[in-house]
Design a protein around this ligand. Structure first.
Ligand SMILES: [Zn+2]
Length: 251
């Protein structure tokens, strides 16, 4: 596969790492794992979602390719409380600040596995920690980028989207996917909240969506409208709604 030069003059040779914007990278999650997004800031490095435990060595390799060790990640922001987004937090939490919406933080820190479905399979599993409890309008200033937190309950109660206002890009976790397909509405989620959250998001100018799974979206308006229609159809029990449930992706 051809090599590509990314910011910092680093050569990247596979599709596990894609530079979406200058110094914003998608690090691909394999199988059930969510993608991770790295924002290499002027002041701090942020990783959005850490993926599942067993994807960690791939994540670590991708970070090393970009010249970053685990301890170079200053902050991890979890888009929500599901295992496939928080699973590798345990490898970062001694060095990085872990940030999540307060409704996600409560479930992660009390080990509410009914909602998070988190299990590392490790007998000496350390407790997961959340150091920064976020609310709507929390903001991270990285110099070259700023990240605004928007609480978007629906998929789960602690789901957030992260908006970058200069590039007008939105990191959506499991809230909006390319094509507007729905994710499973989790135990703490609500279809009504979901419709409300997306209607609220749709009032912003957004150029691209960066979801937790699958492809990025270059048609955010269309995809958000489709997601709302799909959610309404789900409420009417129409049975034709396409739901992408990443819990069931084969290993
Ligand atoms: Zn999820």
């Amino acid at each position: 596969m051809a090599q590509k030069k990314v910011s910092g003059g680093i050569m990247v040779k596979d599709d596990l790492i894609i530079e979406l914007q200058p110094n914003i990278f998608r690090l691909k999650g394999e199988d059930t794992s969510s993608h991770s997004y790295l924002i290499r800031g002027d002041y701090k490095n942020i990783l959005i979602d850490s993926g599942v435990d067993k994807n960690f060595s791939k994540l670590q390799k991708s970070l090393l390719t970009l010249g970053l060790k685990i301890r170079d990640i200053d902050i991890i922001i979890n888009t929500h409380e599901h295992f496939d987004h928080i699973g590798a937090n345990r490898y970062f939490q001694d060095y990085s600040l872990i940030a999540a919406h307060r409704f996600a933080a409560t479930k992660i820190t009390v080990e509410d596995r009914y909602v998070t479905m988190y299990k590392s399979g490790d007998l000496n599993e350390p407790s997961l920690r959340v150091h920064l409890w976020l609310e709507s309008k929390s903001q991270f200033d990285l110099g070259n980028y700023s990240l605004n937190i928007i609480h978007t309950p629906g998929h789960t109660s602690g789901s957030i989207c992260i908006y970058e206002p200069v590039r007008k890009i939105l990191f959506t976790g499991d809230t909006v996917f390319a094509g507007g397909t729905l994710s499973y509405i989790g135990e703490s989620g609500s279809v009504g909240d979901y419709i409300d959250s997306i209607s609220h998001l749709a009032t912003r100018k957004i150029n691209e969506l960066y979801p937790g799974h699958g492809k990025i979206s270059k048609s955010p308006e269309e995809d958000m409208q489709k997601a709302i229609l799909n959610a309404r159809a789900l409420l009417r029990d129409e049975g034709e709604v396409e739901i992408t449930d990443f819990r069931d992706v084969p290993k």
